[in-house]
Design a protein around this ligand. Structure first.
Ligand code: SF4
Length: 296
């Protein structure tokens, strides 16, 4: 079987089984796709949907977000997690406005030069917004390729050039079909070839999958445990940000003291938020979200 037959099988399945997601609508635009790709990193679709709609209703073009404050971006990000993405997305909107007349560029190198836009996001935007032929490699695609093509149970540590080459070899030559195949691979990895419970019986690649043919051998070594959230600095940062998001004006340190009883951990989390540019000091012992114009 030729390698692009993987793409044919995957796209036939995708034509029938793709989820109906708003950022896949034909006229949605590159800015909306870029926002969706950044929100979807490490965040499930169901949580992204309302945040994405609200974000684009408020900031339908990059220039609108660029004209607003970092604090408002952090507020709108709400509880999506990893809130530095909100700051980076606003920085990206500023760069788009200043360097590209408010338009998301089509060129891969120009996309890669934008703040907060990495290898995955740049290629996803070039493929899904502009129909270009690029390997779009997220965790799900790496796992799918490792199993179906290489016969390994998971993808192992990321090796970006090798991952890109391995996925590119599976893409059809014609750019629009390659972009469609990239979307199909991502959907298969997200819905069928999942990390813990691959549903090989429903998989369009089942007949040609190398890992399945080998009897689905287990990965050597211990199983990776899912990351804990409760009790971590991430949780404390989230609690501190929640207070700052909901408050107009500087928040006294003593108010923030109430969110977590461990003084050392709370101070460390707050210092981390300041260091990341999400929070600013406002006087001797008070804090605000970064650049909060509501104070003026
Ligand atoms: S047959 Fe199973 S392991 Fe192979 S690609 Fe499909 S879901 Fe993944």
């Amino acid at each position: 079987m030729s390698e692009t037959q993987f793409a044919e099988m995957a796209t036939r399945w995708y034509d029938q089984n793709a989820r109906d997601l708003p950022w896949r609508e034909p006229d949605v635009g590159a800015w909306a796709i870029l926002v969706s790709e950044i929100m979807l990193q490490q965040t499930p679709v169901v949580r992204v949907l309302p945040a994405w709609r609200a974000w684009l209703a408020r900031w339908p073009v990059p220039a609108a977000l660029a004209a607003d404050t970092p604090a408002e971006a952090i507020r709108m990000w709400g509880r999506l997690g990893y809130p530095r993405r909100a700051l980076r997305l606003r920085e990206c909107a500023v760069a788009l406005t200043q360097r590209h007349d408010g338009v998301v560029p089509t060129d891969l190198d120009a996309l890669l030069a934008l703040p907060g836009v990495g290898s995955y996001t740049a290629r996803a935007v070039a493929a899904f917004a502009y129909g270009q032929r690029h390997p779009v490699v997220d965790t799900n695609v790496r796992r799918l390729v490792a199993r179906a093509v290489t016969g390994l149970p998971d993808a192992g540590p990321a090796t970006r050039p090798a991952d890109l080459v391995a996925t590119e070899e599976l893409l059809p030559v014609e750019p629009a079909r390659a972009a469609w195949a990239s979307a199909a691979f991502m959907e298969l990895g997200a819905l069928v070839c999942t990390a813990r419970g691959p549903r090989c019986g429903e998989c369009p690649l089942a007949e040609v999958c190398a890992w399945r043919a080998a009897g689905r051998p287990a990965a050597p070594g211990p199983t990776r445990r899912p990351q804990q959230y409760a009790g971590t600095d991430r949780q404390v940062r989230g609690l501190l940000l929640a207070v700052l998001r909901e408050t107009v004006g500087p928040v006294p340190g003593e108010r923030l003291d109430l969110v977590w009883t461990d003084d050392v951990q709370r101070a460390r989390a707050l210092a981390g938020l300041v260091q990341d540019g999400l929070v600013e000091r406002a006087g001797a012992d008070a804090y605000t979200l970064a650049g909060d114009r509501r104070l003026i």
